[in-house]
Design a protein around this ligand. Structure first.
Ligand code: CTP
Length: 420
């Protein structure tokens, strides 16, 4: 990747000074670096510094007649293998989320088709503002990698989250994306020498966490799922080189870097998202703990207390996994989960068959080290023709095992080689 093209866009924040270190480090390693600065960014770090460090002219404003390129936003967007916006102030994030292109940086973002990263930097209240959070969420859902800011004392003399990530962190993220791109390209060219990333070129969709079924504006029906197992699978898929989408119910886990996050709340939201995401997925893993029922009536206002006994009617939610099983695409591998408190193998086998899964991971809530809130799991792997029982292991390790097993199934190889 020595000559990969890295485009860096700076917007107005004091953190702009850190970009000098990043540009210098990347250039020394042989990467081609080009820099765009907004007018405000140029007040924090002059273009001369960045031009000297990148050995390239710095692009400042659209159509000012000084750039070599005739239509710089198009040429730069075509040139870039990866595009980092850092520091990303609240304004550029809003423009990117809403498709505005009123200067060189925002127009180049609009025209870019390469992987995008953003490293936010701003005052804590601006960062926490729901508008900024919504914009970050939008970009994240479009596949941007958001490099979270750190806590600390900010330039505005307030403490809080908003300090841009350090140059080393930015560099690590850029390299991870370039590495994934290189692997995907090698796979497209039929290069089989990249077995350290066995899922390169594969699309993996994972669901995780509970669903919440709303009764009124303050109450809902849900379960104790923490989302840990689903997140561990998504992380493993990413680390094994896959392109990953994580459809997540409400959990208190951090969003995963390098994974496309699709947040959902109810089982009906989850069903819609999974049908959409399953269209071109190679592997689908339903680790979400879906509520089997939802309230028949949803109340727009908070329900008031009435008599001593209250009866609420529930209606059945769709069985999402069964629906995906019925509509399985050729070559697609479907993995379900089963959480039981008794007759584990028998109940789980019924689920494997009735939902048309290729693999089902069964765990018993009552087994020590297994279940919802733990970092470990004890499971059985059910295949259509046999069952394998695994010992206690981390949810992370199990994630790797599940994915490698699915890969073996897709290739028509013996999955027991992975498991035993
Ligand atoms: N599942 C689903 N849609 C539902 C319920 C469950 O897609 N409405 C999926 C889960 O994500 C899991 C598998 O089906 O992968 C089994 O879920 P589980 O709760 O163990 O079983 P159920 O099918 O709901 O059956 P029961 O609650 O009767 O045990």
């Amino acid at each position: 990747m020595e000559s990969a093209h890295i485009l860096i866009g700076l917007s107005g924040s004091i953190a702009a000074f850190k970009i000098a270190t990043l540009v210098s480090s990347l250039t020394k390693q042989g990467y081609e670096v080009r820099v765009i600065e907004t007018k405000h960014a140029a007040s924090f770090i002059g273009p001369l510094t960045l031009a000297a460090l990148s050995h390239n002219e710095v692009y400042m404003d659209e159509f000012d007649g000084t750039n070599e390129a005739m239509i710089p936003h198009i040429e730069l967007s075509r040139w870039a293998d990866v595009f980092l916006i850092a520091p990303a102030d609240a304004n550029i994030l809003a423009k990117a989320a809403h498709g505005l292109g009123d200067d060189l940086l925002s127009s180049t973002i609009l025209a870019a088709t390469c992987p995008m990263l953003a490293a936010p930097a701003m005052n804590v209240h601006m960062y926490e503002n729901p508008a900024t959070q919504a914009n970050l969420q939008t970009l994240h859902e479009r596949g941007w990698t958001i490099i979270d800011p750190a806590y600390g004392m900010l330039a505005c003399q307030e403490a809080g989250r908003g300090r841009m990530a350090e140059p080393e962190e930015l560099e690590k993220n850029i390299k991870a994306i370039l590495e994934n791109k290189a692997i995907a390209a090698s796979v497209a060219q039929g290069d089989s020498s990249i077995d350290q990333k066995p899922l390169a070129g594969k699309r993996v969709v994972v669901s995780a966490g509970p669903t919440q079924e709303s009764l009124d504006p303050v109450r809902f029906l849900s379960n104790h799922s923490s989302g840990k197992q689903g997140y561990a699978i998504a992380r493993a898929a990413r680390d094994l080189g896959a392109q990953v989408t994580l459809v997540s119910g409400p959990v208190s886990l951090e969003a995963l870097q390098g994974v496309r996050m699709v947040p959902v709340v109810s089982a009906l939201d989850l069903e819609k998202a999974m049908i959409e995401e399953a269209r071109d997925a190679d592997f689908i893993i339903m680790a979400a703990a879906v509520a089997d029922y939802r309230f028949k009536d949803h109340h727009e206002q908070k329900m008031k207390k009435t008599g001593d006994v209250l009866t609420l009617e529930l209606v059945k939610n769709p069985d999402i996994l069964a629906g995906l099983g019925q509509n399985k695409k050729p070559g697609q591998i479907l993995c379900g989960f089963a959480m039981e408190t008794e007759n584990l193998d028998t109940n789980a086998r019924v689920k494997l068959e009735s939902k048309n899964c290729d693999l089902l991971i069964a765990n018993n809530l009552r087994t020590k080290g297994a279940g919802f809130q733990t970092d470990t799991n004890v499971v059985s792997l059910l295949f259509p023709d046999h069952t394998e029982h695994l010992g206690l292991q981390s949810k992370e390790a199990l994630g790797h095992t599940i994915l490698k097993t699915m890969l073996a199934l897709q290739k028509g190889e013996d999955p027991d080689v992975i498991v035993r």
